[in-house]
Design a protein around this ligand. Structure first.
Ligand code: FAD
Length: 425
């Protein structure tokens, strides 16, 4: 990995890739491996995006880190990709073939001498919410984003960098890696084309005011479920009730929680049915006696994914109930009752379970943070793929899709980026 030195404030490359999730990493790797210089800008402290938070991939149920590590290796040995983490694009001027871009690089407060030994965190007295686990646990104020982070380097929470108690951490570092005086830096980059891959955020389940999210502790969303199931999650992979750490004998998944609903997200996020069926396998593996209820409007498992659906249907402990859940209420002892109306018969169904998972959809990051350049977005905030010839949207920036489709799309975006950048290397 080639990370620009702190003093380097002027860069140039054929292609700028914004967003270091699977889409951005793929585009950067593919373009650089045919000889193009690439700058990859990621706003978080490490690459990987949402995929780095998934426990297992559907439908094969393998851990995403196999593939992710291969991508990290391709980047590690690749001098043509300059990676900027904790960075965001502030301004873009120019036109296709020749853009000038201002990039703000926020301080990490720890330099490249860090070996990730963790001695600083051991003596750190201050804690903060762990956003990697959706706030379900805490980290120290000096922390590694997660065990597989890339770059594998600690950082300091900016809210705490000035705290007197950081002195103990600085003294514990035998490599002299702390730089608490670091300030944000603005870099200027000239590039031929831009690939926008800022991905998605989960729909805010708090807006679904009858479904209990944020009010009933045992109602969580699907991204939290991924972290609960993960070995490096807040419960070390034990799927237990947030309210009391209790085991599960029954659980319900609520499909289309806010999706395909004119009051929330009118579109289908395309992955949620597969995600819930995958998460049902997490429960079946840990709790073979537990009953799993999946409330759905219709199950969307296109192409070969239908095989996975059929396997789930054949499982006598997984119960598919047709109906849109309208209400989740407290049933006492932490249990929750779901009420749904069968969309075909109109019949009301009620089920009481230990815990409920809301399968919320994907909202493009561009809906809240529009790129600072003239690119058309659709009514939901997704980028129009061909809206600006020099700024190419890819992955979940343009539509909600799974990883395989994201990788294919990002490979195509790399090719478009190369063509637009023309003679620029
Ligand atoms: C609960 C859940 C489970 C899933 N499980 C699976 C599964 O098992 N199999 C599967 O194939 N798919 C799964 N998916 C879908 C998968 O998560 C997406 O396909 C994938 O994340 C898309 O990658 P991306 O790079 O487009 O976006 P992201 O993963 O969102 O990456 C975007 C990156 O851009 C960065 N970024 C955002 N804004 C900026 C900015 N302004 N500047 C710089 N950087 C920025 C972000 O920090 C992030 O690193 C799941 C989705 C959900 C909701």
């Amino acid at each position: 990995m080639a990370e620009p030195a702190a003093a380097e404030t002027s860069l140039s490359a054929a292609i700028l890739v914004v967003g270091g999730g699977i889409a951005g990493m793929t585009a950067a790797i593919e373009a650089s491996e045919v000889g193009k210089e690439v700058i990859l800008v990621e706003k978080g402290p490490s690459l990987g995006g949402a995929v780095a938070r998934i426990n297992q991939y559907f439908p094969k149920l393998c851990p995403p880190y196999c593939g992710m590590e291969m991508n990290y290796r391709r980047l590690r040995n690749n001098p043509k990709v300059r990676i900027l983490t904790l960075a965001e694009v502030e301004n873009i001027s120019g036109a296709a073939g020749s853009y000038k871009v201002q990039i703000r690089r926020n301080p990490r407060f720890i330099n490249e001498k860090c070996t990730a030994c963790g001695e600083c965190a051991k003596v750190c007295e201050i804690e903060r919410d762990n956003e990697y686990n959706w706030g379900m646990d805490k980290t120290k104020a000096v922390y590694l984003p997660h065990e597989m982070a890339y770059p594998m380097r600690y950082l300091v929470d900016p809210a705490i960098a000035g705290d007197e108690r950081m002195k103990a951490c600085v003294e514990a570092c035998e490599y002299g890696a702390f730089e608490l005086e670091q300030k944000p830096v603005t870099l200027t980059a000239t590039v031929g084309s831009i690939i926008w891959a800022t991905g998605w955020e989960p729909y805010d389940a708090g807006k679904l005011d009858t479904l209990g999210f944020g009010k009933l502790p045992n109602v969580i969303n699907n991204v939290m479920m991924e972290r609960l199931a993960a070995q490096n999650g807040p419960t070390e992979g034990k799927i237990v009730r947030p309210s009391d750490g209790g085991e599960i004998s029954s659980i319900a998944f609520v499909q289309c929680a806010g999706s395909r609903d004119d009051n929330h997200l009118p579109y289908c996020s395309s992955v949620c049915c597969m995600v819930s069926m995958k998460q049902a396998t997490y429960i079946r593996e840990r709790y073979p006696e537990a009953d799993v209820y999946i409330f759905y409007i219709d199950i969307r498992s296109p192409g070969r994914l239908e095989d996975f659906y059929q396997k789930m249907q054949a499982d006598e402990k997984i119960h598919f109930l047709r109906g849109k859940v309208g209400k989740i209420t407290d049933a006492g002892n932490g249990d929750v009752t779901l009420e749904a109306e069968d969309t075909l018969t109109g019949k009301l169904q009620k089920v009481t379970v230990n815990m409920a998972i809301l399968a919320t959809g994907m909202v493009p990051a561009t809906a809240a943070a529009k790129p600072p350049v003239d690119v058309p977005l659709d009514e939901y905030g997704f980028m129009l793929a061909d809206g600006n010839p020099g700024v190419i949207g890819t992955g979940t920036t343009v539509r909600p899709v799974e990883v395989a489709a994201t990788v294919q799309d990002a490979t195509g975006a790399a090719l478009k980026g190369i063509i637009v950048a023309k003679g620029v290397n």
